[in-house]
Write a protein that binds this ligand. Structure first.
Ligand code: FMN
Length: 247
């Protein structure tokens, strides 16, 4: 890790009045909004429950990082509700540069949604263990790799065993090009802000469905990337959250 990369990056990606990039965005070069997998097993998720639930202020007060979980499985409904809270489409929108975008539950710089969600499923009712990708557009899970990968993920996260013991781990990556299309190098600031919003939604939604979560940024990036079979360059892991029933 180079000593000065942080201040250099920060300084070189500052906006100022002279250098602020202006000009029309070219819709023809806009990267696809969604990643999809062909020829995989797809699991349809139940719709979100929006009618009732615990009060917001209590959720804020109750949220804590939880690192110890019971052996009990969580339900597919609980998982689905949290997925929706993190990335669910809540409104259609037509931007000035054309096309349509589905605005989501968490804000995203320029509505470009560079963050992808993967799950390492351990113990969820009616869901076989494995690595899944969340298809935001279809509200489906795409099974990339069946099997128990919790231990491997925990190893990749500096041996944090809670990742193997929790019911599921959310793994968030960025497809940088989606944000760079508009923001160039400044995109590397925005992807982290985006994923922070998503993770906070997760923490509150987990609390809302009676579960605990812990956010995790300590991991060997390329070991997690290898687990997801992504290149670590165009797409790379940013952040993890483990969820489970509190012990
Ligand atoms: C960016 C970030 C990275 C974190 N990484 C880890 C981690 O790798 N392991 C862990 O056990 N907790 C991690 N945490 C959780 C913090 O330790 C926790 O939020 C903090 O101790 C405050 O406790 P609270 O969340 O219960 O309020 C992380 C939190 C943030 C925001």
């Amino acid at each position: 890790m180079s000593e000065n990369i942080g201040p250099e990056f920060y300084s070189n990606t500052k906006y100022d009045r002279e250098t602020l990039p202006r000009g029309k965005l070219d819709l023809s070069t806009k990267p696809p909004q969604f990643k999809t997998y062909d020829s995989v097993t797809r699991v349809r998720l139940p719709g979100p429950q929006l009618e009732e639930g615990p009060g917001f202020w209590g959720l804020l007060k109750g949220r804590r990082s939880v690192r110890a979980f019971t052996e009990k499985p969580i339900s597919k409904e609980q998982l689905s509700q949290i997925l929706w809270a993190t990335q669910g489409i809540s409104k259609a929108f037509v931007p000035a540069y054309g096309g349509t975008i589905g605005l989501r539950t968490a804000p995203s710089a320029g509505g470009l949604y560079p963050i992808e969600t993967y799950l390492c499923v351990n113990k969820v009712t009616d869901l076989e263990p494995g690595i899944y990708h969340y298809s935001v557009a279809e509200r489906e899970l795409e099974l990339i790799k069946p099997g128990k990968f919790g231990k491997e993920l925990a190893e990749a996260a500096l041996g944090q065993s809670m990742l193997a013991k929790g019911n599921a781990v959310f793994i968030w990556t960025a497809i940088f090009e989606r944000s760079k299309w508009k923001y160039k190098q400044r995109a590397f600031r925005y992807v982290f802000l985006d994923v922070g919003h998503i993770a906070q939604n997760l923490a509150l939604a987990a609390e809302g469905v009676g579960l605990g979560s812990c956010q995790v940024a300590a991991f060997y990036d390329d070991e997690v990337n290898q687990l997801l079979e992504i290149d670590g360059k165009n797409e790379s892991v940013l952040y993890l959250s483990v969820i489970g029933e509190k012990r």
